[in-house]
Design a protein around this ligand. Structure first.
Ligand code: PNS
Length: 163
């Protein structure tokens, strides 16, 4: 069985993430979407919210499972008997960080490959940070995040603005 892990912070997930998940699910038998639990990035959305959003947007993809992990990514990858880590690449600006991560993971676990998937051109500008900024400033999230989680993301960010 070919198993891939698609890791990230997903704060929150976007249409760009969903596109990578769908395309990965089309070529692997099983895909684990793995949300980092102990991120020093101080996410805006709670782990429970991020899990819930990812589960809702992937509910129609039978070979996708949403989980969280803490500690080293490669330990989680081994635990899942996965052979591959998937990362989306949007632009040259992503490359240095991604290359560093891929080489570190390869050093730690030579049996695990990192595969980069080029993002769809229509999502090449999109990021979780952009989504948060647009929402915080009252902009429209159409086409940026999946429809079924849009209202929840807007509500959460509006509430944060009131604090
Ligand atoms: O969506 P992100 O924030 O770019 O995802 C980064 C992530 C979660 C893939 C990365 O931070 C990670 O794998 N963290 C786990 C810790 C780890 O394994 N570090 C060593 C490899 S750099």
């Amino acid at each position: 069985m070919n198993i891939a892990v698609y890791p990230g912070t997903f704060d929150p997930c976007t249409n760009g993430h969903l596109s990578i998940i769908r395309r990965t699910a089309a070529v692997f038998d099983r895909v684990y979407v793995a949300i980092l639990n102990n991120s020093g990035k101080n996410p805006l959305f709670t782990l429970e919210e991020r899990i819930d959003y990812l589960k809702r947007i992937t509910a129609d993809i039978p070979n996708v499972e949403v989980e969280c992990f803490s500690g080293l990514l490669i330990d989680y990858v081994h635990q899942k008997n996965a052979q591959v880590i998937i990362r989306g690449l949007r632009a040259v600006s992503d490359f240095e960080y991604e290359f560093q991560m891929a080489l570190t993971n390869r050093k730690l676990a030579p049996d695990v490959e990192t595969l980069f998937m080029a993002t769809e051109a229509r999502y090449s500008y999109l990021s979780s940070s952009i989504v948060k900024e647009v929402a915080a400033l009252g902009g429209c999230l159409d086409d940026l995040v999946p429809e079924c989680i849009r209202a929840d993301i807007e509500e959460k960010i509006n509430k944060m603005g009131e604090l």
